[in-house]
Design a binder for this molecule. Structure first.
Ligand SMILES: Nc1nc2c(c(=O)[nH]1)N[C@H]1C(S)=C(S)[C@@H](COP(=O)(O)OP(=O)(O)OC[C@H]3O[C@@H](n4cnc5c(=O)[nH]c(N)nc54)[C@H](O)[C@@H]3O)O[C@H]1N2
Ligand SMILES: Nc1nc2c(c(=O)[nH]1)N[C@H]1C(S)=C(S)[C@@H](COP(=O)(O)OP(=O)(O)OC[C@H]3O[C@@H](n4cnc5c(=O)[nH]c(N)nc54)[C@H](O)[C@@H]3O)O[C@H]1N2
Ligand code: SF4
Ligand SMILES: [Mo]
Length: 693
């Protein structure tokens, strides 16, 4: 019997990008473990990925190409050969491309974060084809943009420094569920005496375990940050030297913050005046004692109209108190900007001939699939190629998305492991390999290691890596460029720019052997300023924002849908709804793994006892959640974990595994954020009623 250990990397859309050891016996993966030597993984995988072997060998894996035989959405297919599948796809795409290739749309996100299976060959294919561009904005671009205006790029406090912080503010994140290895550092900081504060409308698993939990209303974080600035300035909890040397626009910020006294702030956020004042004193006071204060800023604050501004305001705070002076101080939203990734080499935008195609925002896929050709829009979408994504489950305003994919005149191809809600609408489904079956190179957005994934086992059935599928499609379409001949290893070798000082020690072959390699980065990136903004400083005043038509100074943009901003709508739909990730799912991935679904049980809605009482809803009763866009049902959990005025439906369920065939995205809207063209999943008003049995 041969038993080998293969070095792999977790491919999922999670900041932790864990280093994995896979044990392979006689060609079969038998065990998966966290790499004990990788500093952030520290030998630990989350519950979900501990089940990755179950997922890979799952009896429902798609193992051959499939052609639809039932109605769209029904999920009835027959197996066909690769040749049949590729011929059919090419014969459908060619005439569309001859008329206008922009009528073909790729739809992908981060089902795998791998640079090869995620983007390389697929992007080459769509560039060469001249297909519509997809604005991949479903997750992080609001905050990315707000952070960039202020700090200059996605660079922040190293996760490996957090254990030395004295105060950690976990702002709009639930790391126990979605950033476990950061939480392990936070636990260490706590043991060393740090104070932990969670800012979250919901008493999440994480908020429960912090010393303090500030439960503000969704979408009011920008106001809270302004209120904190007000108190910091009024009580002179400021690092004047850092402000003078490394920031611009303090006077304008001061003027704006003056408008946000603790009373106005507390009223806007739905919290107490003491909570505002004490948080400012704790944050500023700890920093004034020369101790590191760190903010882990996450995605919860971004999924509302003013999500970009919220991130911007929060990221002004560390510079005000000089927190960046310490390696363990400052803020982290994402580390992705630290990596010298060579995206042009991977994606080859030079393959594009002719003018730049139009761009479709992935968040408005519902409306856009239903649009006719027009001068403003361009051609009607005639074909969609979905990979690494499950739009029917994850995109907002889901009823429209579903209607779009139901169109008889739409040709849909889905590359998948499983018959997801989206695959059910495909004309052709192509079987993709999992991370155990293909090679890939990874960067991370929560740590600073370049990562390699070796293939542990041969592809199951007839499945193929995305890279190979797009190579074959390119050949069927008659694309003969050398770019389509490159192997996965050849592409991986170009993924990181090893002339860059951060990655000079990098080489793909050695990375494959060791599994991971840390970037050369200073421990405290902004201790002496050097922000990658136009001014080289932390920009309290941003000329770029002014040029982009935004308020150049931190401000507050209320939700589209809230009691204060839209009382008329709130009269009908008085409850704010958020639908953050469930611990045992990864977006909609893993929902079909029975053991993980069993832990989550069924779709739930957490509702405060007061809100339940007026609706005569008892714990465990079925409820209907609805607004003008749609409705879905869930089992009520009557609990003060949801603050009054808020309901929480942990997500993202597969629709077809829910009793009513629907999920939380029935009620979310396609409206976009203030910056970054991102979604507003948590900017949603609903009403809730008991479902009479
Ligand atoms: N287990 C698991 N892990 C995941 C994922 C998953 O689905 N499951 N998804 C991955 C992905 S794609 C992402 S983007 C990240 C997300 O990473 P995080 O943003 O850290 O993850 P969440 O668990 O969504 O935590 C968001 C928290 O924000 C809160 N929140 C909602 N609205 C607001 C608001 O307006 N203000 C504030 N302050 N808080 C608010 C929610 O109640 C929730 O507790 O996680 C990744 N990791
Ligand atoms: N209501 C609500 N909606 C949300 C969110 C929310 O918090 N609330 N969160 C949003 C966020 S942050 C995000 S990032 C999106 C995520 O949305 P998506 O990126 O669509 O994520 P998943 O639903 O996990 O779907 C990924 C799919 O990719 C497939 N896949 C994985 N690896 C491979 C591979 O190698 N090849 C191929 N071909 N397929 C592969 C998986 O099987 C899975 O079905 O959802 C968004 N939607
Ligand atoms: S999902 Fe996140 S925590 Fe779980 S193994 Fe993957 S990278 Fe690690
Ligand atoms: Mo995300």
């Amino acid at each position: 019997m041969t038993k080998t250990l293969v070095r792999a990397t977790c491919p999922h859309d999670c900041p932790d990008t864990c280093a994995i050891h896979v044990t392979v016996e006689n060609g079969v993966a038998t065990e998966i473990k966290g790499d004990p030597d990788h500093p952030t993984t520290a030998g630990v995988l989350c519950t979900k990925v501990s089940r990755y072997i179950d997922r890979t060998y799952h009896p429902d894996r798609i193992l051959t190409p499939l052609r639809r035989v039932g109605k769209k959405g029904e999920g009835r297919f027959e197996p066909i050969s690769w040749d049949q599948a590729l011929d059919e796809i090419a014969s459908r795409l060619k005439p569309i491309a001859a008329r206008d290739p922009q009528a073909i749309l790729p739809y992908s996100y981060c089902g795998t974060m791998g640079l090869l299976q995620g983007e390389a060959m697929a992007m080459r294919f769509f560039h060469k084809l001249g297909a519509s561009f997809l604005d991949r904005t479903v997750c992080a671009t609001a905050g990315f943009t707000g952070y960039k205006y202020t700090i200059g790029g996605s660079i922040g406090t190293d996760i490996e420094q957090f254990q030395d912080a004295r105060l950690i503010v976990i702002w709009g994140g639930n790391p126990i569920a979605s950033n476990l290895h950061f939480w392990m550092r936070v636990q260490e900081a706590k043991r060393r005496g740090a104070k932990l504060i969670a800012i979250d409308p919901y008493r999440s698993l994480t908020a429960e375990k912090c010393h303090q939990h500030i439960a503000l209303m969704p979408g009011t974080d920008a106001a809270l940050a302004l209120g904190l600035m007000h108190v910091l300035i009024k009580e002179n909890l400021l690092d004047h030297d850092y402000i003078a040397q490394h920031t611009v626009g303090f006077e304008q910020l001061k003027e704006r913050a003056a408008e946000w006294n603790p009373e106005r702030t507390a009223e806007t956020c739905g919290i107490s005046v003491e909570e505002v004042v004490n948080l400012a004193r704790e944050y500023g006071g700890t920093a004034m004692r020369g101790e590191p204060v760190a903010i882990r800023l996450n995605y919860g604050v971004q999924r509302v109209r003013g999500g970009g501004m919220a991130v911007r305001n929060i990221t002004c705070l560390p510079a005000l108190v000089g927190a960046w002076r310490h390696a363990a101080g400052g803020a982290q939203l994402s580390t992705s900007g630290s990596f010298p990734a060579n995206r042009a080499a991977l994606q080859r935008p030079d393959l594009l001939q002719g003018p730049r195609p139009r761009t479709i925002n992935m968040n408005t896929i519902g409306d856009d699939l239903l649009r006719e050709s027009s001068p403003g829009f361009g051609p009607k979408i005639e074909a969609v190629i979905v990979y690494n994504a499950n739009p029917v489950a994850i995109a907002p305003d889901s009823a429209k998305v579903q209607r779009g994919f139901e169109r008889e005149d739409l040709f849909t191809v889905v590359l998948e492991h499983f018959l997801t809600d989206s695959a059910d609408y495909a004309d052709i489904v192509l079987p993709a390999t999992t991370q155990l079956e293909h090679v890939d190179a990874h960067l991370a957005y929560g740590h600073l290691y370049m990562m390699a994934n070796n293939a542990a086992i041969a592809p199951l059935g007839e499945s193929k890596p995305n890279t190979e599928i797009f190579r074959l499609l390119a050949s069927r379409m008659g694309f003969t460029d050398a770019a389509f001949q490159e192997s996965d290893d050849e592409m991986a070798a170009t993924a990181f720019n090893n002339k860059d000082a951060r990655a000079v020690h990098f080489d793909w072959e050695s990375l494959k052997r060791t599994g991971w390699s840390k970037l050369n980065m200073p421990a405290a990136p902004f201790a002496d300023g050097g922000f990658p903004t136009p001014s080289g400083k932390c920009e309290f005043y941003s000329s770029s924002m002014l040029a982009d038509g935004l308020d150049p100074v931190p401000s507050y943009i209320p939700n589209y849908e809230s009691v204060a901003s839209n009382p008329e709508l709130a009269a009908k739909y008085p409850l704010a709804m958020i639908s953050p990730p469930a611990r045992n799912f990864l977006n909609s991935t893993f929902v079909n793994v029975q053991s993980l679904r069993a832990t989550e049980g069924e779709p739930h809605l957490d509702i405060h006892p007061d809100d339940a009482a007026v609706r005569r809803i008892a714990d465990k009763e079925m409820v209907r959640i609805f607004n003008d866009r749609g409705s879905f049902v869930a089992r009520a959990r009557v609990t003060p974990k949801a603050r009054a005025g808020l309901v929480v439906g942990l997500s993202i369920w597969w629709k077809k595994l829910a009793s009513d065939g629907k999920n939380a995205n029935e009620v979310t809207s396609q409206r976009l954020t203030d910056m970054g063209r991102a979604p507003t999943f948590y900017d949603t008003l609903v009403q809730v009623e008991k479902v009479e049995p």
